[in-house]
Design a binder for this molecule. Structure first.
Ligand code: SF4
Ligand code: SF4
Length: 445
């Protein structure tokens, strides 16, 4: 690994000199406040400092030496979900995404965490981006669920009182099945019929272990539509989690590994079916912009990255689709923030779902509002995340749809948690699973 981290100088209690939030970007904010109503943290917390405008004021004040980078200011950056709804809303084109990204990297470098927060973050950053480590946990977690220990712990409510963040982790833990223990897909899977494209596929970390049927469905949909699918075994994490949380070196290392794993594969596009990961893959040029060895490779990689739905809508479906039910099926599609706001992908998933015979789409109110998952936000800030999760599930259910379609594992876990807490049962599937069923003629029961 090449170490391209720039030396930094810490100017006492402010941002250091390595890429502080850019003053020219801060100055584009005209403080109009249009972004406030679409900001989930402002909706829940209700304080100016927990809104995009308030955070931009704060960045400005720290840049100018009028406020310190301290625990009291950091908490307002931590309360941001990074959902990027404000970027979509802002009429002045303020690049809040760039501002909060620089700020988070500054916070992680310069602001010490409390011991419990430090330990929690250490656990998350040393576990979640490493599928091999996660795999070791499968057996104990399987036993934890099957033995009834999970039910007992949840019923007592003790974990929530003593370790609320661990309880938050437990509350979104998906059901571990024997399927979770199955190993990865083959390295190369041939196209069915005439080959149209050779594409790479990224498996994700949480996705490959806890949502392996989604990956299998994605491969089947791609191959049924004339794609040869290449899945390099050396691929690890896409770096979304450390990048979103300001872990600079870890994000860069993981991005380099990902680029290396696809080197020489000759693929025309690199497909990902998880919204948050897709957004980060498209940011590789930025993540590795200071690395002379990887800068160009990172830009090329980012240019090849495609969300699965974005890719399929662009190249067109060639496989025959059949109805999923004997009667009309109403689906509510839940927009993942990193697709809707981060990648501006909202039309393509709906276009694909509408091609399935008998499918009617419904739209929830506040479709553009985050569900509260936001990577690991629901583990780090469970209170705000729970309010958002509860609202999201109510809005989805109020559409009266038969099924929820969600294209991000984090959103799916968050929605399933709040469906359970509200005692509601409704099927939730990834759009790739729905297309796969439709192509194979499998009916939903
Ligand atoms: S970020 Fe944009 S919408 Fe929000 S206050 Fe600034 S200029 Fe207005
Ligand atoms: S990224 Fe989301 S939570 Fe953060 S300021 Fe923007 S709208 Fe609010």
């Amino acid at each position: 690994m090449s170490n391209t981290e720039q030396p930094v100088t810490n100017n006492s209690d402010g941002f250091d000199l390595h890429k502080p939030p850019q003053q020219s970007l801060i100055d584009t904010c005209v403080h109009c406040g249009f972004c406030l109503s679409t900001c989930p943290s402002y909706r829940v917390i209700g304080k100016e400092m927990d809104s995009p405008r308030g955070r931009i004021y704060l960045m400005d004040a720290i840049n100018r030496g009028e406020a310190p980078l301290a625990e009291a200011t950091t908490q307002h950056f931590d309360s941001c979900l990074g959902c990027l709804a404000c970027v979509t809303t802002c009429p002045s084109g303020v690049q809040y995404d760039k501002l909060i990204s620089s700020t988070r990297h500054q916070v992680e470098r310069n602001q010490p965490r409390s011991l419990p927060d430090y330990l929690l973050r250490t656990l998350i950053f040393n576990l979640f981006p490493y599928p091999k480590r996660l795999r070791f946990l499968l057996a104990p977690l399987y036993l934890y669920q099957k033995s009834g220990a999970q039910k007992l712990i949840r019923a007592t409510g003790l974990l929530k009182q003593v370790f609320p963040n661990l309880a938050a982790m437990d509350s979104v833990l998906p059901e571990i099945t024997l399927n979770s223990f199955r190993h990865d897909l083959p390295d190369v899977i041939p196209a069915q019929g005439k080959k149209r494209y050779r594409v790479g596929m990224i498996l994700g970390c949480v996705q490959r272990l806890f949502f392996s049927p989604v990956n299998e469905a994605t491969v089947r949909v791609l191959t049924a539509n004339g794609c040869e699918v290449v899945i390099p075994k050396t691929q690890g994490c896409c770096a979304a989690l450390p990048e979103h949380q300001g872990q600079t070196k870890q994000a860069q290392t993981l991005a380099r590994q990902m680029i290396d794993s696809f080197a020489g594969t000759g693929v025309e596009a690199i497909i990902i079916n998880a919204a948050g990961c897709g957004h980060t893959l498209k940011e590789y040029g930025h993540i590795l912009e200071d690395d002379p060895e990887y800068r160009d490779k990172a830009r090329e990689f980012a240019a090849q990255a495609r969300d699965a739905q974005e890719f399929l809508a662009a190249v067109g479906l060639t496989a025959q689709l059949s109805p999923l039910t004997d009667e009309e099926l109403t689906i509510v599609y839940q927009d993942a923030c990193h697709l809707l706001h981060g990648q501006k992908i909202s039309v393509q998933p709906r276009q694909l779902l509408r091609q399935i015979p008998g499918v009617k789409l419904r739209e929830p109110i506040d479709a553009a509002l985050c569900c509260g998952s936001a990577g690991v936000y629901n583990l780090l800030q469970p209170g705000v995340a729970d309010e958002l999760g509860q609202q999201k599930v109510e809005n989805l259910l109020n559409t009266g749809a038969d099924l929820i379609a969600s294209a991000n594992p984090g959103c799916s876990l968050q929605i399933k948690k709040h469906l359970r807490l509200q005692g509601k049962e409704i099927t939730l599937m990834h759009p790739m699973e729905l297309l796969d069923y439709s192509i194979r003629g499998v009916k939903l029961t």
